[in-house]
Ligand binder design. Structure first.
Ligand SMILES: *Cc1c(COP(=O)(O)O)cnc(C)c1O
Length: 405
């Protein structure tokens, strides 16, 4: 950021409302990481001196901290470079191992590209993939999954919380079904971690992908929960080498990053309920504020089964990209951040069946730890003003859109 940010009514600009794309590293997390860059810099794989032992101790503490937040045992946590890698490892790793048992994978149309592109790659290797549609509310029924299961289904992959519309899939019900049918259940929980209570055992989850930078930890570190116990779950490693992480993922561990991830999980666990309530309050203030001031706005996705910090709105007759430009002091996104370089409407909003116009008119607000009521009120005013302005210019959305390209 530049040195002197502009002030408006006591609110410091720009305002960050894009916590699904990433979160700032909590200063307490940074504090916990600092000693592991230069002082305690050892390689945890160094078995014969104190530098290695200290690094290993720090990694094992972090492993336990991550495990606690998802209801796992420490030995079930494999550190990776993020949820993208974890998704790749869980899907390619499981499919590779189970190829002699079956060739069919079930997932959902609204998954993150880290899952959708990975199953597409598996399709290229001969696996068959069913991509289940969702209802208008963005939700899947456990029955939908049941109907999709076949004799040769080996794997079901369903995200816990959606990164665009925040909806929460019925993970426990799907987990029960998968257990009954002896099918592996893989869950991308990058958006759910630290926002909702997660208990992998109670939910019947076999594989769970998470990321540090979505939970106020550093970027470039994540984890995969791999259930232990019978029946033995085996994964084909995707990165070969020195056999780190019990052979699941070779490569020298990112010790400061892992320490930060552990600290972020400990913080999230300690404040989950309280913070969730506060963030839900802000989200509802934002939703009510905008809906009371602006006509023809619709909420995309179920409001009931939803992350506390997520609000995804379509403003009829307004282009999302044009509105993003008009809101330049507020960091929000249209479509998903990963796809925002392309003018295609979001695959998630399209899957709701809202039509291409409303899909192009969607904006994602992601409320997080640092946001205040004053910021929310500022955003409500700004959105109301800018939407009215854009609607008053019949051709404005089209021309602004072109200008943005
Ligand atoms: C952010 C995100 C990912 C990717 O995580 P990285 O750690 O950035 O690789 C995967 N899935 C979902 C649902 C996400 O929100």
């Amino acid at each position: 950021m530049e040195s002197a940010p502009p002030y408006d009514g006591g609110v410091r600009l720009p305002i960050y409302l894009d916590h699904h794309a990433t979160t700032p590293c909590d200063p307490r997390v940074v504090e916990a990481m600092l000693p592991y860059f230069s002082g305690t810099f050892g390689n945890p794989a160094s078995r014969n001196h104190v530098f290695g032992w200290r690094a290993e101790e720090a990694v094992e503490t972090a492993r336990a901290q991550v495990a606690v937040l998802v209801g796992a045992q420490a030995k079930e946590i494999v550190f990776t470079s993020g949820a993208t890698e974890s998704d790749n490892l869980m899907l390619k790793g499981a499919a590779g191992r189970l190829a002699d048992k079956g060739d069919h994978i079930v997932t959902v149309a609204t998954e993150h590209p880290a899952v959708l592109d990975t199953v597409a790659a598996l399709e290229g290797r001969g696996f068959r993939v069913t991509r289940l549609p969702v209802g208008r509310d963005g939700l899947l029924g456990a029955d939908d999954v049941a109907r999709a299961l076949e004799e040769r289904t080996i794997l079901v992959s369903v995200m816990w919380a959606n990164n665009e519309i925040g909806v929460l899939q019925p993970i426990e019900a799907i987990g029960r079904l998968c257990r009954e049918r002896g099918v592996l259940f893989a869950v991308d929980a990058a958006q759910a971690l630290g926002k909702l209570p997660i208990d992998v055992r109670a939910a019947g989850v076999d594989l769970l992908a998470v990321s540090a930078h979505k939970v106020y930890g550093p970027k470039g570190v994540g984890a995969l929960y791999v259930r232990s116990g019978a029946p033995r779950l085996r994964l084909e490693p995707q990165i070969d080498g020195g056999g780190h992480e019990r052979g699941f993922r070779s490569g020298t561990l990112n010790v400061p990053g892992i320490v930060g991830f552990g600290a972020a999980c400990a913080l999230a666990g300690a404040t989950l309920a309280e913070e969730g309530e506060r963030i839900l309050g802000l989200r509802e203030r934002l939703r009510r504020g905008i809906l009371s001031r602006v006509d023809d706005v619709q909420v995309n996705g179920s409001l009931e089964c939803r992350l506390p910090g997520n609000l995804n709105l379509s403003f009829a007759g307004v282009d999302g990209e044009a509105l993003l430009m008009a809101l330049r002091d507020v960091a929000v996104s249209s479509g998903s951040a990963c796809a925002s370089a392309s003018p295609e409407p979001s695959h998630v909003i399209l899957a709701l069946g809202v039509g291409s116009d409303l899909a192009h008119a969607s904006i994602r607000f992601g409320v997080g730890r640092g946001n205040t009521e004053a910021e929310i009120d500022y955003v409500i005013d700004l959105v109301a003003e800018k939407v009215k302005g854009l609607r008053a210019l019949p051709s404005a959305s089209g021309s602004l859109r072109r200008a943005a390209q």
